[in-house]
Design a binder for this molecule. Structure first.
Ligand code: ADP
Length: 491
């Protein structure tokens, strides 16, 4: 059974129960109110009858008492009405034959409450007699009695409630029908987004990562729909990343390998033909490609080490100026090739730098290589070293807290940065490019030659964090980028 039918049935069942309970309660309340009204009427009728008989006896007008009893005897539900004096002699009776006789209450009567007796009359069935003492001045008090037939009373109640019962049933039936239609509409409204989610999940499961749900509500189901869209978007991105990665990796593996293979063939042909003058150049190309291949394999191994938190950091005091100048010198040929002005700013004196020299070199070469790769011809790349203070720099404080929330702040930090005049990076890409294999597609497409694999920044960040530091980025599209590694310094 579908959820919609189950929900409709559940709500419908609840409605039937509620309508039944309300209708039953209403009927019982109305019945009790009617019985109370009847009892009050009977009591006041008896009062009036007793009063009439007393007044009639005072003025010796017994006929008035008799006609009152007879009028009562003709009323609906009254079996008999009588008035007896203090000696029990019947002075007035609804049945004229009983006048003058002696009033004796039936043997099988029982008192249900003061002044009210019940017994069974052979001809009338159950009866209820209401009696009231009537003071007649001197002498013992008389008694006014009205005997009602229980069956005719019940018939009266039944008849009065018949109309009410019908009205209750009609209203309940209407409420029930409306309720069921409402329940069906509510179930439909609730189930519709679940159905569309089910369809969307099915399409996603069959490989269609582009399908999205139309989210037109703000409740939990709306949030579920938005989260589904978000998840589908992320899956799409992952899929794209996988494709990019496979194409990048195969490019990074295949192009140096095929270069090595073809240059090895060329060298062997040239050697055999005894044309040796170009062989040193070919060997350089061969070595460069072998280096590129080795670098890629090292990147993969470094990434695995960082993920396993197995990076070993051997810190030692370093001279920041030497570190920056080494990196600048390394990339000078490359920067000239692209007509980019690469320089290292003067380093402030007594900069307390403590780091693993190889790892720091790896971070800075990665950042500088990126800066040169993405900065267009004629741009500048500047290396800089300075002290950093997380107490006054809240962005740095937040970055450090995000990486290691439980680690207390060091007393001194050093910032080594690489600033370029390249394309800059959009805010929405600034976090994700630090994840492995993530690249900015548009920026990557501007690069000529090797496109990279998206591992460099992930490795640089992992190495910075292994030092107890962070890798930060400040950038705006069109304004260039500043990548900084901030490391704890010597206290
Ligand atoms: P790769 O350079 O191999 O693509 P990285 O992890 O070093 O991998 O960089 C990831 C991405 O970050 C790059 O593909 C590029 O889109 C972006 N990026 C990195 N450095 C810069 C920079 N200096 N300027 C603009 N974009 C950059």
């Amino acid at each position: 059974m579908s959820i919609r039918s189950r929900l409709s049935l559940m709500i419908g069942g609840l409605l039937v129960f509620l309508t039944g309970a309300i209708a039953g309660g209403l009927y019982m309340a109305e019945r009790n109110a009617l019985l109370q009204r009847l009892e009050a009427t009977r009591k006041s009728t008896l009062d009036q009858f007793a009063q009439t008989c007393r007044d009639a006896l005072i003025v010796h007008d017994e006929l008035a008492a008799i006609s009152a009893a007879q009028a009562l005897g003709r009323s609906f539900g009254v079996v008999q009405a009588l008035f007896a004096n203090g000696k029990g002699r019947v002075l007035a009776h609804s049945d004229a034959r009983e006048i003058g006789g002696v009033y004796a209450a039936p043997k099988n009567q029982r008192e249900s409450r003061p002044g009210e007796h019940r017994w069974t009359d052979v001809s009338k069935g159950d009866v209820v007699a209401l009696s009231e003492r009537v003071s007649l001045g001197k002498g013992p008090p008389g008694t006014a009695v009205i005997v009602y037939s229980q069956r005719s009373l019940e018939e009266l109640v039944q008849k009065s409630l018949e109309g009410l019962w019908r009205r209750i049933l009609e209203v309940s039936a209407m409420a029930l029908i409306l309720g069921l239609v409402g329940a069906w509409a509510v179930a439909r409204n609730l189930i519709r987004p679940i159905e569309s989610l089910t369809r969307a999940t099915h399409r996603l499961a069959s490989g269609d990562l582009t399908h999205r749900i139309v989210v037109d509500r703000r409740d939990e189901l709306g949030r579920l729909g938005s989260d589904f869209n978000l998840m589908a978007g992320k899956l799409g991105e992952l899929d794209q990343m996988k494709e990019d990665f496979v194409s990048n990796v195969s490019h990074e593996l295949r192009s140096p390998l095929s270069a090595i293979e073809s240059y090895a063939n060329v060298i062997s042909d040239e050697w055999r033909a005894e044309r040796r003058e170009n062989i040193p150049d070919y060997l350089t190309i061969l070595r460069n490609n072998a280096t590129r291949l080795g670098r890629f394999i090292n990147d993969i191994l470094d990434t695995a080490k960082i993920e396993a938190r197995a990076v070993e950091v051997k810190k030692q005091p370093l001279d920041a100026a030497v570190v920056l100048n080494d990196v600048a010198a390394l990339f000078l040929p490359k920067s000239r090739e692209k007509s980019i002005r690469l320089s290292a700013d003067p380093v402030p004196p007594k900069l307390p730098l403590l780091a693993d020299p190889d790892k720091l070199h790896q971070i800075l070469t990665n950042l500088t290589a990126n800066a040169l790769k993405f900065t267009p011809m004629g741009g500048t790349v500047t290396l800089r070293a300075e002290t950093a203070d997380p107490v006054s720099d809240h962005r740095l404080r937040e970055s450090l807290a995000r990486v290691a929330p439980e680690r207390p702040l060091a007393s001194a930090y050093v910032r080594l940065s690489v600033a370029d005049t390249g394309p800059g990076i959009r805010t929405e890409d600034q976090q994700r490019i630090f994840n492995r294999f993530e690249q900015v597609r548009e920026i990557r497409n501007t690069v000529r030659g090797a496109k990279g694999t998206g591992l460099g920044l992930a490795i640089a960040r992992g190495l910075a964090e292994a030092h107890g530091g962070v890798l930060t980025l400040k950038s705006e599209p069109g304004q260039g980028s500043v990548f900084s590694v901030v490391l704890p310094g010597v206290a």
